[in-house]
Design a binder for this molecule. Sequence first.
Ligand code: SF4
Ligand code: MG
Length: 322
Amino acid sequence: QDTLVRVENIKKYFPIKGGILKHTIGHVKAVDDVSLAIKKGETLGVVGESGSGKSTLGRMIIRLLAPTEGKIYFDNQDITNLSNEKLRNYRRDMQIVFQDPFASLNSKMSVGQLIEEPLLIQTNLSKVERKEKAISMLEKVGLRADDRAKYPHEFSGGQRQRISIARALAISPKFVIGDEPVSALDVSIQAQVLNLMADLQDELNLTYLFIAHDLSVVKHISDRVAVMYLGRIAEIAPKEAIYDNPLHPYTQALLSSVPITDIDHKREKIILKGDLPSPSDPPSGCAFRTRCPMAHDRCKVDRPELLEKKNGHFVACHLYDR
Ligand code: SF4
Ligand code: MG
């Protein structure tokens, strides 16, 4: 299977300014050396707490943010240092659906205008063709043709997210990032929107990076899952391996707090001590050691590498790297 997206050793360090002269006094290491690849048609789920770097990673992959270091490839082209001008050719292929459709949809534009705007900017479609496309996208996402004339505030949160999805997919992207696209929605609506995104993926041949803070959200939609902690990947594996045989103590703790629906998978709840340390001052050695129930002497000094344990199951933890 072909790779669509590949990042190599990417980092994003945000400077922290301080003092009267606003010198740089440190850095927030939002993403600290991440490498991964996403195959065409695949969904990679990325899970982590806020501050884990998952959104920053997503924004770098589609070059909304420039990386501090590292390489980004899209469809085998190095896009790391492309100018905005050159990036325009790729913008059509990469879209992002944000968490809050209220904030991301311009309230002064009608639904028709919202969906047609990217078509106007990015394609040569005529006015009639743009209108037809908007109608067909509305129908694809479960809304109606005459919703074109309405405004975002006339819709529920779930419907607004459907509008965001119609807008993102209208220009036929290859790659779509969902940046917590269902986190702001009622739990009862979340599954509907997730199912819609999964159906559209199959229908439109999309590749997804799906960001969430909770392992339960990405369970059904993902083929593989990456768990991030303080800017690094703690574990990445095919979905079944993550949910049935998590190796990293952090993944185990996250999973133990996911509501159990399956009686065979009864887990003891693991309570993590303490809060997420500051990404500007991460612990030495393993960044997770201040909260890890399995931490030992070596964890204080050696940073664990992300190593393949078996068949595409990678983990960064000294319990496995002897
Ligand atoms: Fe815990 Fe040590 Fe493994 Fe880090 S390397 S997750 S501190 S056991
Ligand atoms: Mg799929």
